[in-house]
Design a protein around this ligand. Structure first.
Ligand code: HEM
Length: 478
């Protein structure tokens, strides 16, 4: 009986009373107090869950494929949502199929694929977004406009995702901030009362069948007329998939391709969050950080060419921008936890995790851990000086300290070709570019009467990030 009440208590706290990120912070703190541990067992949503809040625990337990099998996002396991209602098409996250799948997916991380995406799809959409905002600013008497910025950015990145991945050109037909596919998707979005991490990737559930159809159509168009889609990720994936000798997988079925492509399109919902987190944190942090970034953007001799024709190499010439975005990814939240199922009973820090139990990777707790970060609650891009471009933590890339790959986990732990997000370098480049472009053309001021306390907000700013935007004369862009 007590266990049931404890479970209900935790569940209510988790989702409703204190919020998910607060709960995650609390669990990290409770485990520390419990003999300097980084693991704590609790009951949640009817399950026994071991919450792990340290890089060591992520490495040794959560990302150890002998011990844990990462769950698909909870909602996706429902059979009705699987393609054609067939079990065969549910692609396993870990296990045998993972290596093939990962080899196939990692083709999107070819520098050429990222540069293509930036040059052919991202620039035009962001320029249009900025032009739209400027038009509204100029028609407003105060030359400043209060907009719900997150929503604008979300629409924009959805369009970028659809175009960059499958070559589908979309427009905002009614000029009401939605595209038709997104309108269906939005219904799913609005139907979820609290913003549960992971639904970020799976808001599209209600639109899934429609999206599957669209992706299938684009797949056949790509096959019929490949020259019409020279730059899309799908073209690159197909080229690698058909060649067994270049590490491309070679045997990924059409159903699996459609499933993976859907995931990638949904994953673009993470990009506006990362941009928003950077902007919100910048606007609230020490003004010296904004000054340092402005100085870099103002004085970079290459900025004009980077903004017109961005490449990964070009963005890597902007260290202040890169460390600001990296810090935004650490302190803001896209995915704050991740679940796995224990497949082999194990012990960590004196706690037994039984096979069949759920294991939670507390990404939020790791990012806020004083054992990993000095003053973890302070937004301080300077902490990344000398480590701006790698998607790993303060201990480095794992060569001398294997935990380094599990300290900075906005994209999950390990390396990209292992368990980490397949789109991490793509996303990092797109977020850096969007942030640079916006900050170069517009001034943002987050409305002072709004609360952007990440601990009370969940993942997406629930009030859609209203902010005052003013246009500035674009630097170096004439
Ligand atoms: C800022 C934006 C993004 C964030 C924060 C993010 C974060 C993540 C995280 C935390 C995971 C789970 C890793 C794990 O299992 O521990 C993941 C997986 C994945 N992401 Fe991303 N992601 C982003 C953007 C993207 C983009 C743009 C794409 C595709 C172009 C993408 C494709 C994927 C794929 C395919 C997986 C599954 C990888 C696997 O199972 O091995 N993501 N992402």
């Amino acid at each position: 009986m007590y266990a049931i009440f404890a479970d209900i208590f935790e569940t209510v706290q988790f989702a409703l009373t204190i919020g998910i990120v607060n709960w995650l912070a609390q669990k990290a703190e409770e485990s520390r107090q419990n003999g300097e541990r980084s693991i704590i067992k609790t009951a949640l949503l009817g399950k026994t869950i071991s919450v792990i809040s340290s890089p060591e625990g992520l490495r040794r337990v959560f990302y150890n494929e002998r011990i844990c099998k990462r769950n698909n996002a909870t909602i996706v396991t429902s059979k009705i949502l699987t393609l054609g209602n067939s079990e065969d098409t549910v692609v396993e996250l870990d296990g045998q199929s993972h290596t093939t799948r990962k080899a196939f997916l990692n083709n999107i991380t070819h520098v050429q694929a990222i540069n293509n995406g930036l040059q052919y799809f991202v620039v035009a959409k962001i320029e249009k977004l900025i032009a739209d905002i400027k038009r509204r600013i100029h028609s407003s008497p105060n030359a400043a406009i209060d907009i719900h910025f997150y929503h604008e950015l979300e629409l924009c990145t959805w369009q970028i995702g659809l175009q960059q991945i499958i070559g589908l050109e979309t427009t905002d037909e009614d000029n009401d901030g939605t595209i038709s596919i997104m309108r269906t998707w939005k219904k799913g979005y609005n139907a979820i009362p609290v913003d549960i991490p992971f639904t970020n990737f799976h808001y599209a559930i209600l639109a899934r069948n429609k999206l599957y159809d669209i992706i299938r159509d684009q797949l056949s168009l790509h096959r019929k007329n490949p020259s019409a889609y020279p730059h899309t990720i799908l073209t690159i994936l197909l080229a690698h998939n058909s060649s067994k000798n270049n590490g491309g997988g070679g045997d990924v079925s059409d159903d699996a391709i459609v499933h993976e492509i859907l995931h990638m399109i949904e994953a673009f919902t993470g990009i506006p969050m990362a941009v928003a987190a950077t902007l919100i944190n910048l606007s609230q942090a020490d003004p010296k950080h904004t000054a340092a970034l402005s100085k870099e953007l103002n004085t970079s001799a290459d900025l004009q060419s980077i903004l017109k024709a961005p490449t990964v190499a070009g963005l890597d010439c902007l260290p202040v921008l890169s460390r600001t975005v990296k810090e935004g990814l650490r302190t803001g939240a896209v995915l704050v936890f991740r679940l796995a199922t224990c497949i082999e009973t194990t012990e960590f820090e004196g706690v037994i995790i039984n096979a069949g139990e759920t294991v939670m990777a507390n990404f939020w707790g790791v990012h806020k851990s004083p054992d990993v970060y000095v003053d973890p609650n302070v937004f301080n891009p300077e902490r990344w000086v000398g480590n701006e471009f790698g998607l790993f933590g303060p201990s480095g890339d794992g060569e001398n300290n294997p935990n380094g790959l599990y300290e900075f986990v906005p994209f999950g732990g390990s390396l990209q070709w292992q368990r980490q997000c397949s789109g991490s370098t793509t996303a990092f480049s797109i977020v850096r570019f969007i942030a640079a472009k916006l900050l170069n053309s517009l001034d943002f001021e987050i409305s002072q009467n709004q609360s952007y306390d990440w601990k009370s907000n969940l993942v997406v700013p629930s009030n859609q990030m209203p902010c005052i935007i003013t246009a500035k004369v674009d630097r170096n862009e004439h």
